[in-house]
Ligand binder design. Structure first.
Ligand code: FAD
Length: 404
């Protein structure tokens, strides 16, 4: 892919993953990055957590997640993992420092976006161009000149995912998307004025009197920042509940409209208060979301390239999906996977001597392994959650167990 001039890389979408990719490619002289983003400001305040494996410095520390660890060993060769770690260690120090900060606790999404965006702007420009613009699929296709690279980082409603297979002409929603709906959930966040942490015993004990609507804080989703604990967790709801709720609301709305869920939260929170003698600060913040697990069947335009001669731009220039546009998963793991896809892709693009076909194939294989990894982790979490819902009802519990 190498030529005299810097290679133009068009990154569409400056969410966390598009920004990470830009920050990585911007530090490589051979690329000139054009970053397109439709939002003018970073306003998403939701608290997110990054996986500690993002800053791992050894295979052992990369594999510490209780559920994910074995899958990593089963899916990846040690050499592949070593290469990934080596790339991480070669990343610019300013970026690595940010990653270390974020993996300490959990932080607002817009803090991640703003600090990456500021880092990119503060660096000496080497041809980076940022445009505040909504890009259409047609514009994405026509902006590609010979030798350019196009990377879609537009998130779960990806701009190009369903345009990557020839024949569908991009109008066929889902042409390149495989999706499983795991459940509907409320993501509930609140602040608590005392240190509070939670493990599986705590989740059980505090939900013991909640036959339905158990609140499940993530083990690592309680974060004490010196004076206040940030607690985030999920409550499983039915499809009917989901339809009857606005997309975002507070505790007061919940109390008036879904008293059953509010009472369950009250019982949980009362038990926290009995233990640590603190108070909730402010109100509950609640969003209702479908918890979907999905992947692009093709994370590149390889199908266009093998479909025979065509003058469509995707038949020649390479196109990649990264972040939520390629794989989406619930249970607070998506940004980390997105950052991994960005790192892997930046590492691939940097290998100038690699034939384009190999580059696309390697990215596809990597993304497929990431899919298997997150599929297994998500299904396991969902299964464990289902069992937990019936933990005090042995017959219901046995119904959910398929032992052999
Ligand atoms: C309630 C909630 C809690 C979450 N908590 C966590 C967590 O704890 N940990 C975790 O890892 N993940 C979490 N996630 C998921 C996480 O937010 C996403 O995985 C992450 O934001 C994906 O990053 P991205 O850059 O791929 O996509 P996005 O963040 O969706 O960014 C896409 C960007 O593309 C821009 N864009 C889209 N279309 C166009 C266009 N046509 N032209 C120009 N620009 C465009 C958008 O404006 C946006 O800025 C959570 C999600 C939710 C809903």
């Amino acid at each position: 892919m190498g030529s005299g001039r810097p290679q133009a890389v068009h990154v569409i979408g400056a969410g966390p993953v598009g920004l990470m990719l830009t920050a990585l490619l911007q530090s490589m002289d051979e690329f000139s990055v054009r970053l397109y983003e439709k939002r003018r400001e970073y306003t998403r305040t939701r608290m997110v957590q990054l996986a500690p494996y993002l800053v791992a410095d050894s295979i052992e520390s990369y594999r510490t997640d209780a559920i994910d660890g074995d899958s990593i060993e089963a899916l990846f060769d040690p050499l592949e993992l070593e290469k990934g770690l080596a790339f991480r260690q070669s990343m610019p120090a300013d970026l690595t420092a940010l990653l270390h900060d974020w993996t300490l606790g959990f932080c607002p999404l817009n803090a991640i976006e703003r600090s990456l965006s500021d880092l990119i702007d503060a660096r000496e420009s080497n041809g980076l161009r940022r445009s505040a613009i909504v890009i259409s699929a047609e514009e994405a296709e026509t902006m590609l000149e010979s030798g350019d690279v196009l990377i879609d980082c537009t998130g779960s409603n990806s701009l190009l995912r369903d345009h990557l297979t020839p024949g569908s002409s991009g109008v066929d929603d889902g042409a390149n998307t495989f999706k499983i709906r795991l459940e509907y959930a409320l993501v509930i966040t609140f602040l608590y004025g005392q240190p509070y942490d939670c493990n599986e015993y705590c989740k059980y004990y505090k939900n013991r009197d909640n036959a339905q609507y158990k609140f499940i804080p993530m083990v690592h989703r309680t974060h004490y920042d010196g004076s206040v604990s940030h607690v985030t967790g999920i409550v499983n709801i039915t499809a009917e509940d989901y339809e009857a709720m606005p997309s975002r609301f507070d505790g007061q709305w919940l109390r008036s409209n879904f008293p059953g869920v509010a009472e369950s939260m009250d019982r949980f929170i009362d038990k926290i208060k009995q233990e640590t003698d603190g108070e909730i600060i402010g109100d509950l913040q609640i969003v209702r979301i479908p918890l979907d697990l999905y992947r692009a069947r093709n994370a590149t335009n390889r199908r266009w390239r093998t479909a025979g001669p065509s003058d469509h731009p995707f038949a020649s220039s390479p196109v990649f999906l990264a972040g939520d546009s390629a794989i989406g998963s619930p249970y607070f793991q998506s940004i980390s996977l997105g950052f991994e896809s960005a790192m892997y892709l930046a590492g691939l693009l940097a290998q100038h001597d690699l034939p384009l076909k190999d580059m696309l194939d390697r990215y596809e294989v990597f993304m497929y392994k990431q899919w298997l990894r997150v599929y297994m982790r998500s299904k396991m979490i969902k299964h464990n959650k289902d069992l937990f819902e019936s933990i005090d009802d042995p017959l219901a519990l046995l119904d959910k167990l398929h032992i052999y």
